[in-house]
Design a protein around this ligand. Structure first.
Ligand code: BQF
Length: 287
């Protein structure tokens, strides 16, 4: 078997076009332009690229954006003051704090400071709690992007054995919760694997859908994949020979049924879902 590619770049362009239409309609009806404020602390080049991707995507969808770039040495208190100002600004609908933050900053305190109604990353504990209870306001961007990839490629989750490798708060944990939820995009039988999992390959080989988010370049190899499986690679690893996913694409492509590339897979979908959440935030804040 040689896997067909799930094209996240093309799909995200389609979704962004849909969002641009909805945004234009919303703005025509209300006179309000949705606005995303991004906070980028310090000058990490990777984070700069990600924030620029987000701002470019906003602009193309008719969503306004602001960029706030405090220096790396900012204190937690000063950063909280900036977030408070954005929370109180009625022209700002979404607030996003680019991660990772410098180590002197209390990340938990910062994410809790974002007004839950403006929390387009869905990292605030109120939004995490709502997600777990099955009454979400915003879905976290990367897991939501993956669900859209599955849905729009006619890959059903109901009854599927899905294995999630990685248990981060940003991808693995919310991904597993969404997949196990009752109803559309859910109803899967979900297994979560991590660094302490015994006989990982035996578990991953049971997956109809294998989702990998661990941050180790080319970690998942062909022997770990069931023939015909759908493989979703969330990895974004800078290596001496360029960008690599968490999946050994060359090898796994020979056994999988469908596979996402890196770049051009999950990454662009994450950005599209951020725009979706920003439009949702503007709707929630506009009578
Ligand atoms: C693509 C991210 C790790 C840690 C923090 C398009 C993005 C990436 C790739 C992007 C990511 C990864 C983002 C592609 C945002 C996804 O064409 O393949 C877009 O901008 N992402 C982030 O904000 O923080 C991260 C990965």
């Amino acid at each position: 078997m040689t896997a067909s590619i799930i094209d996240g770049k093309m799909l995200s362009a389609q979704i962004r076009a849909e969002i641009a239409l909805e945004t234009a309609e919303f703005t025509a009806k209300t006179g309000v332009t949705p606005c995303l404020a991004a906070v980028l602390v310090g000058d990490d080049p990777g984070s700069q690229v990600y924030v620029r991707n987000k701002q470019k995507a906003c602009e193309k969808a008719g969503i306004a954006s602001q960029l706030h770039t405090p220096p790396a040495k900012i204190s937690t208190e000063e950063l909280l003051a900036l977030i408070d100002r954005l929370n109180r600004d009625p022209t700002v609908h979404g607030v996003l704090v680019q991660l990772p933050l410098p180590k002197q900053i209390d990340e938990r305190q910062v994410l809790e400071a974002v007004d839950p109604i403006k929390d387009v990353d869905a990292f605030h504990p109120e939004n995490v709690g709502r997600l777990v209870q099955g009454r979400p306001r915003f879905l976290p961007c990367t897991p939501h992007g993956i669900l859209q990839m599955l849905k729009r490629n006619d890959i059903p989750t109901a009854g599927a054995n899905v294995v999630v490798v990685g248990r981060s708060d940003i991808v693995g944990k919310p991904m597993a919760i969404l997949l196990m939820q009752r109803g559309e995009g859910g109803d899967a039988t979900v297994t979560v694997c991590h660094s302490r999992t015994r006989d990982l390959a035996a578990v991953t080989r049971s997956a109809d859908i294998l989702i990998v988010a661990i941050g180790r370049p080319r970690f998942v190899t062909a022997e770990m994949v069931k023939p015909g499986a759908v493989v979703i690679d969330v990895g974004m690893n800078r290596t001496p020979d360029g960008l690599a996913g968490d999946v050994d694409f060359q090898g796994v492509q020979q056994v999988a049924g469908r596979i996402t590339p890196v770049p051009g897979g999950v990454g662009p979908m994450t950005i599209a879902m951020l725009l979706h959440n920003t439009l949702t935030a503007a709707r929630l804040q506009t009578s």
